[in-house]
Design a protein around this ligand. Structure first.
Ligand SMILES: Cc1cc2nc3c(=O)[nH]c(=O)nc-3n(C[C@H](O)[C@H](O)[C@H](O)COP(=O)(O)O)c2cc1C
Length: 199
């Protein structure tokens, strides 16, 4: 079972990184093979809306995303962690998400069965934090991430979000948050294992 953890914050050692590390630790405890993708360490151009993928389902932009496409398809569980930037995910995360348009093309235009109902079942989970406490602070990001997981044929298995978390490491003041992230990572893997065994 492969778990891909996508770090969407440019701040190393920041709050979402700490949470995602805990979740990946939990997934590892359940025996999953864990891979980490730090978006601020790779070059992902924004989608140019050239429609170069419409006929083939492949992106024509030759950057690091070409190495990331197979990782996304290879994962059984994708965990995306992004803080809220202006009521959405970070630009780092949004660039990756927009560049999965070729998967949207495969799924909805080319009717690729591997991304259809009978295709491989994946699971997606979202981790986020925001500095403010407004009731709608995560709404925009959650909608974006749900649609991202849909093109990966990944069921939205839920999210873990924390308000009022601003300075680097603030999340450490909420030890229950780390415990919840650890448990979420374990649960994602164990639930998927059970469902594959038909339990
Ligand atoms: C450019 C930018 C935009 C932000 N926009 C929001 C926002 O709209 N709402 C909010 O609650 N927090 C906002 N924040 C605060 C971050 O979400 C917060 O500091 C978070 O803890 C950062 O997580 P990280 O340590 O994982 O990078 C913003 C921060 C930055 C740098």
């Amino acid at each position: 079972m492969k778990v891909l953890g996508i770090f969407g914050s440019p701040r190393k050692g920041g709050n979402t990184e700490i949470l995602l590390e805990e979740a990946l630790k939990g997934a590892g405890k359940e025996g999953a093979k864990v891979e980490r993708l730090y978006l601020s360490d790779v070059t992902i151009s924004p989608c140019k809306e050239c429609h170069g993928c419409d006929a083939t389902g492949n992106c024509v932009i030759l950057d690091d995303m070409q190495k990331i496409y197979p990782k996304l398809l290879d994962a059984d569980v994708v965990i995306l962690a992004s803080p809220i930037f202006f009521y959405g995910v970070t630009a780092w995360a949004k660039a990756l998400i927009d560049r999965t348009q070729p998967f949207w093309v495969r799924k909805y235009l080319l009717k690729d069965p591997s991304l259809g109902k009978g295709g491989r079942r994946r699971i997606g989970f979202f981790i986020s934090v925001g500095a403010t406490k407004g009731p709608k602070v995560f709404d925009g990001a959650v909608l974006t991430v749900k649609y991202f997981f849909d093109v990966l044929n990944a069921e939205y298995a839920g999210d873990l979000v924390f308000r009022g978390v601003e300075a680097k490491g603030d999340i450490l003041k909420h030890p229950e948050a780390l415990q919840q992230a650890l448990e979420a990572g374990k649960r994602l893997v164990s639930d998927l294992k059970k469902s594959r065994r038909g339990e």
